[in-house]
Design a protein around this ligand. Sequence first.
Ligand SMILES: Cc1cc2nc3c(=O)[nH]c(=O)nc-3n(C[C@H](O)[C@H](O)[C@H](O)COP(=O)(O)OP(=O)(O)OC[C@H]3O[C@@H](n4cnc5c(N)ncnc54)[C@H](O)[C@@H]3O)c2cc1C
Length: 335
Amino acid sequence: MSKSKSSIVDTLIIGSGLAGLSAANDLSDAGAKVIIVDKGRGVGGRLAVRRIGEAVFDHGAQFFTARSNRFIDCVAQWVQSGVAAQWYQSYPGQPNGHPRYRGKPNMASIAKHLAKNQIIMQSNRAESLSHDRHYWTVKLESEESIIARSIVITSPVPQTLDLLEQADIHLSSSITERLQKIQYESCIAVMAVLDGTTNLADPGAIALDQGPIAWISDNHKKGVSPIPAITIHASGEFSKAHFNGDRKEVGKELIKLARPLFGNANVLDFQVHGWLYSKPTITDNDASLLVSDGLDMPPMVVAGDAFAGPRFEGAVLSGWCAAKKIRNAVKKTDA
Ligand SMILES: Cc1cc2nc3c(=O)[nH]c(=O)nc-3n(C[C@H](O)[C@H](O)[C@H](O)COP(=O)(O)OP(=O)(O)OC[C@H]3O[C@@H](n4cnc5c(N)ncnc54)[C@H](O)[C@@H]3O)c2cc1C
């Protein structure tokens, strides 16, 4: 698309993470013309993958569980398509949990699979919104505009609230209060390349309940990386306390704490990433919110993992719910 050109679609979706992609697939399956925009370079949002030389890291979400019927069926299809696999049954030492699945070869593979029939504009932030009675106009970083009959916003909720505030869009006070209550914890992630294998027992990952480290995963044992590469996730408490600190120093500290699990291996290189909005700690009770309800604006739904459960599955369920709410709202408008 050339600069300043406008396209008209049925639904514009902000965010090519799990919620946005899941909403997009349900809407386009029902015949709607959909466009997704995302400020990030690749699809998947928090299903992020990073490379340091030959090393490959899952550095956002590490695994997922499946509890609801439709999602269980969906995961079975991903496994059949080769983009997901069961990783292990539960945390080591806790044998009765739900099976843990992973993306194959990495978590972003699932997002790529979900994105394959969608029109997605990556590296293109939605910068401002406006509306008349029938259409939303969304201006993008690239200076293009998209005109849409309805909109689904799946960014982390504080970012959604900022976008709405900048656009001078006023929601009802009860909806605004609900959105303002939602909170996330941050997570500092360290990705380190090693010169040998770790002594992490199968499945090559460990979750820790106490201390600065919450999770350590060996991406080589997991099948993500061709060479030894570990991901360390700091706990919410540690991440909050050190989020604005010197990232390289914080990374070194976390590596020092994790070192007993490295065996004889040494760190060759490392990078640190800070996830400001990692996992929601306070969520809403609805699986998505039709925030335009009762207001003089075209349909707008807010969705994401802060609604249908604070995890991978919750984000997918929220996307599906958003698609349903958009379809019902559009039907009501057309009637
Ligand atoms: C470190 C970490 C570890 C995790 N571990 C697990 C785990 O092991 N298991 C699990 O189930 N879950 C885990 N999660 C949570 C899981 O990743 C999320 O619940 C899920 O991916 C959220 O999907 P989403 O679509 O709601 O949001 P996101 O994936 O955040 O997608 C939102 C998208 O919106 C885009 N966006 C935001 N603002 C704009 C804008 N203005 N214009 C355009 N695009 C915009 C963003 O770039 C992003 O791609 C983890 C998350 C993190 C960060």
